[in-house]
Each structure stands twice: as C-alpha cells, then as structure tokens.
Write a protein that binds this ligand. Structure first.
Ligand SMILES: Nc1ccn([C@@H]2O[C@H](COP(=O)(O)OP(=O)(O)OP(=O)(O)O)[C@@H](O)[C@H]2O)c(=O)n1
Ligand SMILES: C[C@](O)(CO)[C@H](O)COP(=O)(O)O
Length: 237
C-alpha cells in the first residue's frame, strides 16, 4: 500500500528495569562499535522509503544523542527531527505525532530504539500488510506455557498457539494512529503499545511473523545477550 513512511524512534525512556552499573540510558550503551540506538537508526536512514525520523529523547539527554549521531554520520542527517518525549511511552508517541512537519507520509512506524536487531525484510512485510489492515504489528510464538494468574494462583491456562509476543516496529496508516492516540488521550486511556490503542477503536490489527532476534533490551541480562549476539554474528543485519 505504502510507498513512503515516517518513523517514530522512541528513546525517551528511563531504563528503570535496566539496573546496570552504568547510569547511562540503555539505548546509548555500546554494542560492539556503535550505540544501541544506531542499529535501528541506520536502518531507517538508509531506507529510501523512510522520509522523516522523529527521534524522541528526553530533553536532558538530547545533547548526548546529537553528539553521538554526529560522530557516526559526520554531520546531522537531514531526515532526523528531534522530539522531546513525555512521561509514558504513549506520551512520547503523542509528542512525535504533534511534531510531524510538512506533508505526512501515508504510513507511520513506531519503533523502540531498545530493539536493535530489526531487518529490512521485516519492515517490508509490515508495510505490505497495510493494504489489508490499518495497523500491522509483528508477533512471535511463545515457547513457554502461558497462564493467566490472579494473586499468585492460576486462573486459566492459555492455548499457546493463540498467543504471541508482540514486538516493534508497528506500522499504521498515519490517520489511524492519529485518531487512536487522540482518542486515548481524550479518554485518558494508557496502553502498553500503539496496536492496543487502534484495537480498542474496533479497527483490525493484523499480526505478521516477527523475529526471534528482535529482542528488547529491558534488563542488564538482555544487554549481555545482545552483546553476545553481535559478537558471535548471530543477528541477520
Ligand atoms: N516515556 C517513554 C518511555 C519509553 N520510551 C521508549 O520506549 C521504548 C520501550 O520502552 P522500555 O523498554 O520500557 O524503556 P524504558 O522506559 O527506558 O525502560 P523501563 O520501563 O525499564 O524504565 C524504549 O526505547 C524507550 O526509550 C520513550 O520513548 N518514552
Ligand atoms: C511495545 C512493546 O515493545 C511491545 O512488546 C512493549 O509493549 C513495550 O513495553 P515497555 O514496558 O514499554 O518496555
């Protein structure tokens, strides 16, 4: 469906679960020869279909991000629009949507900078899904048994084939994401991710096969694992 897209690259989190000895934002941490955030940034910078990168950071950390980006690319890439994030992830997405300049692209991606190992193929498959649905998200099968638990007691065992671990990037028709975020704000609803905001309006959200390698660096152990993956060339990039 979509020739061109904009991307909201989220990096304005506080990394509370990261709990690493370094105090640095996890997406500024090194992975081999470059910071975590550059693994996804470089993918969008080199994609001719990507028009604008709304790079969302905390205001206090902006100088660090700018400095590292300039170090890598020698000058500030013109596709980047710097955006100051909000308290919650959803607030950061909303700030980015308010900062889109000029003509909006027909499609918009939302991606966690904390997920470094995305691929061009995944982006293409997500965009292709927009011809059928206004929102397309990647998911992978669960490997463990899945149960609903209430107060430390099993409430229900779930059929494993019916659940997915949901990842980013998530892709939307731009007007649909704008509507979903605006409605959530009006109704003071906070979701875990943007697919949920679209789903609650009754729109179809399609799921395409995600990638096992597309881990989110949440804890210090995830970071150790991500470093191992890069060092052992375990990632398709
Ligand atoms: N207010 C926020 C919160 C999160 N994020 C971004 O959303 C992505 C996924 O969030 P998460 O892994 O939860 O990151 P943190 O908020 O940094 O971690 P934590 O929840 O452990 O504090 C990250 O790239 C993070 O930088 C953001 O841009 N703005
Ligand atoms: C969007 C997400 O990465 C999909 O799995 C996830 O919901 C983000 O959760 P977080 O608690 O904000 O890290």
């Amino acid at each position: 469906m979509s020739e061109y897209y904009d991307v909201i690259l989220l990096a304005a989190g506080s990394a509370t679960r990261f709990n690493h000895q370094s105090d640095r934002n996890k997406v500024l941490m090194p992975l081999k020869d470059r910071p975590v955030f550059d693994y996804s940034l470089s993918m969008f910078l080199s994609d001719p279909k990507c028009r604008n990168i709304l790079f969302v950071t905390r205001e206090t950390e902006r100088p660090l991000f700018e400095e590292k980006t300039k170090d890598i690319y020698k000058e500030m890439p013109s596709k980047i629009i710097w955006v100051t994030g909000g308290k919650e992830r959803q607030d950061s997405v909303s700030c980015a949507l308010s900062d889109i300049r000029g003509d909006k692209s027909p499609a918009i991606l939302v991606h966690d900078a904390a997920r470094p190992f995305i691929t061009r193929d995944l982006i293409c498959r997500l965009l292709a899904g927009l011809s059928e649905s206004p929102a397309v998200i990647p998911g992978i099968m669960a490997k463990d048994s899945m149960k609903l638990v209430k107060a430390a007691v099993v409430d229900q065992s779930l059929q494993r084939s019916a659940v997915r671990h949901i990842q980013t990037p998530q892709v939307f028709r731009t007007e649909c994401l704008l509507e979903a975020v605006t409605r959530a704000e009006e109704e003071q609803f906070y979701g875990n991710e943007e697919g949920e905001l679209v789903e609650r309006l009754g729109y179809q959200v399609s799921v395409v096969e995600g990638l096992e390698q597309n881990l989110k660096i949440t804890t210090a152990m995830d970071y150790t694992f991500a470093r191992f993956m890069v060092e052992q060339q375990q990632v398709d990039r």
